[in-house]
Design a protein around this ligand. Structure first.
Ligand SMILES: Nc1ncnc2c1ncn2[C@@H]1O[C@H](COP(=O)(O)OP(=O)(O)O)[C@@H](O)[C@H]1O
Ligand SMILES: O=P(O)(O)OC[C@H](O)CO
Length: 498
């Protein structure tokens, strides 16, 4: 029997490959960052060819690190930064433009025009989403409208669209397979989450030729095989899911009412709502969690655009820290933020505010505020944003979570996790393996090929590392949250007149 399942985790700032064994243990890990392009304020792009070459590179590295062969790998599972939009030529495989990243705000005004046409309820009912530049649909329209010749070529059937998993599967199969999974399709603002089909009315509104779109399939199913050129033999590609839905699966939140929060570049809280979509009244979006065993699970999601990215900003732009890990030590050098607040609305605000024009702000500065206070306030901003989303989730679902399951790169930060427990006034549970995104993709792929027999087998692999319990008084919590509520308002609408 094959020894491993290979997860390809194509994140926003880096690509990773992890080989998992049957017990869900990480047997080999390789990771590489890739270039971020910021061509204009609020715009974010990646080079799709670099996404592919980096992803293939780490896969080959992870395999060779433990001397594995293709036949040792039961299946490949893919998980990815969602919404990021790639258009390429069907024949040459060349992207016609850089990948437009989920964080990119270039279509904010066009989104406003859709709202002004009174389409908010239509989009919500069909796609589960709010109209926002975050999602793929308007990014795809932008490419067709702005790249010379793209619309004509698309109408002639020469171009293909995909989010990152579609692109990677297409590359891995050398152009044989053009698919997406339901969880990724549900982030495009073009997919009807009730009928599980591309929505003709929306495609007409956005003027998108249907022939460009991939076939939408369940998240756990064999889409095709990787070409033998890449790993010295064929490997079935057995699963794909957006990274946040994969993390929900990796955290084994299989039942309605179970939730997780992932602290990566952004921060995303998802609650499984079972086999029926629940539509939010409090600024959350409805999304497909996964398609598995002939059924579809839905989730409520609170999407926070900037979380770990704010720590990168402290490191790369302000140069206040040498590494993201240092933020913990630095934050602990002071007992509070000395009254200052950071609102990292660098690419607008997502849930529950949904302000495309919000921009970052630093308020409450007095003469005594030093770099440690600013670092601490930046970490705290993640906790406040998560609290805003958690309150919305409580209101929508009526469920008071007994504890919050966390994961993602920044969940390693103990200061951050303790403050999170303090602010939400509930325990925070961190599992031993915080690579739940990759783990979820591995589970979906492994289940498709029988490497794991069923979900019950994988539940056994979840184990806790540490629980953080609330330690501050209600009075202190309220004071901190009131300050945040005041601060966040200063970020609203900042770039509207530019
Ligand atoms: N110890 C830490 N404290 C705070 N932030 C951290 C820490 N370690 C990593 N991060 C942040 O977490 C992010 C990386 O997490 P990861 O889950 O790999 O993200 P992604 O999948 O979005 O690329 C980076 O933005 C980094 O700044
Ligand atoms: O790169 P991450 O892990 O922050 O995830 C990005 C999300 O998928 C965007 O929706």
């Amino acid at each position: 029997m094959a020894k491993y399942v290979m997860a390809l985790d194509a994140g926003t700032t880096s690509n990773r490959c992890i080989l998992f064994n049957e017990k869900g243990e990480m047997c080999s890990v390789a990771q590489k960052e890739f270039t971020q392009y910021f061509p204009k304020p609020g715009w974010v792009e990646h080079d799709a060819n670099e996404i592919w070459s980096t992803q293939l590179g780490v896969a080959v590295e992870a395999i060779s690190m433990i001397g594995a062969r293709a036949e040792d790998i039961a299946a490949i599972g893919i998980t990815n930064q969602r919404e990021t939009t790639i258009v390429w030529d069907k024949e040459t495989g060349e992207p016609v433009y850089h990948a437009i990243v989920w964080q990119c705000r270039r279509t904010a005004e066009y989104c406003d025009s859709l709202k002004e046409k009174g389409l908010v309820d239509t989009f919500r009912a069909k796609t589960g989403l709010v109209i926002d530049a975050y999602f793929s649909g308007t990014k795809l329209k932008w490419i067709l409208d702005n790249v010379e010749g793209a619309r004509e070529r698309a109408e002639r059937g020469e171009l293909l669209f995909g989010t990152v998993e579609t692109w990677l599967i297409w590359k891995l199969t050398k152009g044989k397979v053009h698919v997406t999974d339901y969880s990724n399709a549900s982030r495009t603002m073009m997919f009807n989450i009730n009928t599980l089909t591309w929505d003709d009315e929306i495609l007409a509104e956005l003027n998108i030729p249907k022939s460009m779109l991939p076939e939408a399939k369940p998240s756990s199913c064999v889409y095709g095989e990787s070409d033998p050129q890449f790993f010295g033999g064929i490997i079935p590609i057995g699963g794909a899911a957006g990274d946040q839905q994969a993390a929900l699966f990796g955290q084994t939140c299989f039942n309605a009412g179970e939730a997780k929060n992932t602290y990566g570049t952004g921060c995303f809280m998802l609650m499984n709502t079972g086999e029926k979509p629940v539509f939010s009244k409090n600024g959350l979006v409805t999304t497909i969690a996964w398609g598995l065993d002939g059924k579809v699970n839905y989730a409520l999601e609170g999407s926070i655009f900037v979380a770990g990215a704010a720590i990168q900003w402290l490191r790369d732009e302000l140069k206040l820290i040498d590494s993201a890990q240092d933020s913990e030590y630095m934050a602990n050098k002071v007992k509070d933020t000395n009254g200052c607040y950071v609102v990292p609305a660098f690419t607008g605000l997502g849930a529950p505010h949904w302000d495309q024009y919000a921009r970052g702000t630093l308020v409450g500065i007095t003469r005594g505020v030093n770099k440690y206070h600013i670092i601490r306030a930046t970490l705290d901003s993640l906790c406040y944003q998560v609290n805003d989303v958690l309150q919305a989730m409580r209101a929508d679902s009526g469920i008071q979570l007994a504890a919050l399951k966390v994961d993602g790169g920044a969940s390693a930060n103990n200061y951050l996790m303790q403050t999170q427990a303090d602010i939400i006034d509930a325990p925070v549970n961190r599992p031993q393996c915080v690579e739940t995104t990759a783990m979820g993709a591995a589970y979906l792929a492994g289940l498709a090929v029988g490497y794991w027999a069923n979900k019950e087998e994988v539940i056994k692999n979840w184990a806790i590392d540490k629980t953080f319990t609330p330690e501050i008084s209600e009075e202190k919590r309220n004071t901190m949250i009131n300050g945040w509520n005041k601060a966040v308002k200063y970020s609203y609408g900042w770039s509207k007149d530019e």
